[in-house]
Design a binder for this molecule. Structure first.
Ligand SMILES: Cc1ncc(COP(=O)(O)O)c(C=O)c1O
Length: 439
């Protein structure tokens, strides 16, 4: 359902092309007091219509800048899907994944809580009027000044994974409620355990150190790694949390919180289905932390909430055809967004994303191996490590990349004089009235 909403069945299909004329004309609401970057969707209109309309407008002008469209209704529906699939789990959205003010505002209005990793993120969320009790400061390696900021502003829930962190917290935030992060991420695309998490063998020592320093540990957490490929890992990690809970209680801590963090799949071909992951989590929770056990369960989803929200549209600003040894014809396309813009995360992925081409093309056109370069003067500025198969396109043509909401705009830089890709936010009538009535 969601996929249709985004791209009307065109999603993820290699070499799909559509003519610009498909766009429905959308009207800005007259007399609207909404900021310019918000586009009010009419009933029946979609964010995809907005993408096509913008392409048409820009094509009629001299300026064919890259742009992003964020569909805030999709964000709201991801929240709904998460809540329905995991009714025991309270989501604390991972702000680092996409911290755009409108994303956070919508989530705050929907009642989501937040996972912050730095003082900057704490400030951003607190400035929205979110209660400090709805925040977990989830970075286990925090600068002293940020710990003090959390203390001053009443953010009590803090994650740790080392004795050195406990010493800083005891000195600067003795009233903290601590969550011990232990390690379990053997099968994910972006593992975290080389940087974060305590090994199970040292948990007892850490729990005793916290007690000896007068600190309260309230729970434990793990992170299976971003985009976990094996749903069973969630189940195993939850089951493995039980001994840490017992250990903590025996040592004298009031253990009442389980944080299952992020790593949920994006529900695309390459990842396990979210429903399967959720089923495993629900089974493990019912077995080891049943309702009525007094244990609150939270999660810190990032990818799951943000991935589908944004679409990036780029323009071909230059092109070069080369003949490789053996006579193979290869096309180099130079785009106005790239590795130093919103595509920075993609070299970590094994397969390139396939764009949608906004052009009327014959289905019989030959495909060529193509490298997609970004606009800067750095040779490493490629969208993907591997080639993609595309037809012959022209300077001025548009390529649309859906599923660009997670770890994209937050990572972009101003390298080589680039300005950030502009974002506009499409919002439907229902969500608009929620935002209007939420301070
Ligand atoms: C502490 C923490 N929580 C949550 C997340 C979000 O993970 P994901 O985007 O895979 O859901 C991350 C990702 O790096 C993380 O480090």
């Amino acid at each position: 359902m969601l996929k249709l909403h985004l791209a009307e069945g065109l999603v993820g299909v290699s070499g799909v092309s559509i003519p610009i004329g498909n766009s429905k004309e959308s009207k800005e609401s007259p007399g609207s007091t909404w900021p310019k970057d918000i586009i009010a969707l009419e009933p029946g209109e979609t964010a995809w219509d907005v993408v096509l309309k913008k392409i048409k407008e820009l094509s009629d002008s001299d300026c064919r800048d890259a742009f992003m469209v964020a569909d805030l209704d999709v964000l709201a529906s991801r929240h709904q899907v998460f809540r329905q699939a995991l009714p025991r789990v309270s989501p604390f959205y991972a702000v680092k994944c996409n911290s755009s003010p409108w994303m956070l505002r919508v989530l705050a209005a929907l009642g989501t809580s937040f996972d912050c990793s730095s003082q900057g993120e704490l400030e951003q969320v607190l400035d929205l009027g979110v209660a400090p009790s709805r925040i977990v400061y989830a970075n286990p390696c925090k600068p002293v000044s940020h710990i003090r900021f959390a203390s001053l502003h009443g953010v009590k829930l803090l994650v740790f994974n080392s004795e050195e962190e406990l010493i800083k917290v005891a000195q600067h935030h003795p009233g903290a409620r601590l969550v011990l992060w232990w390690t379990q991420d053997s099968d994910s695309i972006f593992p975290l355990s080389s940087k974060f998490g305590a090994r199970l063998e040292v948990c007892e020592h850490l729990l005793e150190s916290a007690r000896d320093l007068g600190l309260a540990v309230v729970g434990t957490s793990f992170h299976v790694g971003s985009r976990c490929q094996t749903p069973r890992n969630f189940m195993k990690a939850i089951v493995d949390c039980w001994p840490v809970f017992e250990m903590g209680s025996r040592i004298g801590h009031d253990m009442s919180l389980l944080d299952i963090r992020g790593g949920f799949s994006r529900e695309e071909g390459s990842d396990p289905e979210f429903e399967e992951v959720a089923g495993m989590i629900n089974t493990a929770l019912a077995q080891d932390f049943p309702e009525g056990s007094g244990v609150e369960v939270i999660a810190e989803p990032g990818h799951f909430y943000a991935t589908f929200v944004c679409t990036t549209t780029v323009n071909i600003i230059a092109k070069k055809a080369v003949l490789e040894p053996g006579g193979r014809r290869k096309l180099l396309y130079y785009l106005n967004d790239g590795h130093y813009g919103t595509f920075r995360i993609f070299p970590r992925e094994s397969e390139p994303r396939m764009p949608i081409m906004v052009k009327e093309l014959s289905p019989k056109l030959s495909l060529f191996p193509c490298t997609l370069f970004g606009p800067t003067c750095d040779a490493f500025d490629k969208l993907f490590l591997k080639e993609v198969q595309l037809p012959e396109l022209d300077v001025g043509d548009w390529l649309v990349f859906p599923f660009m909401g997670a770890y994209t705009s937050v990572l972009s830089s101003t390298f080589n004089g680039s300005s950030p890709t502009s974002i506009c936010y499409a919002v439907g009538p229902e969500l608009r009235s929620l935002l209007e009535t939420t301070p």
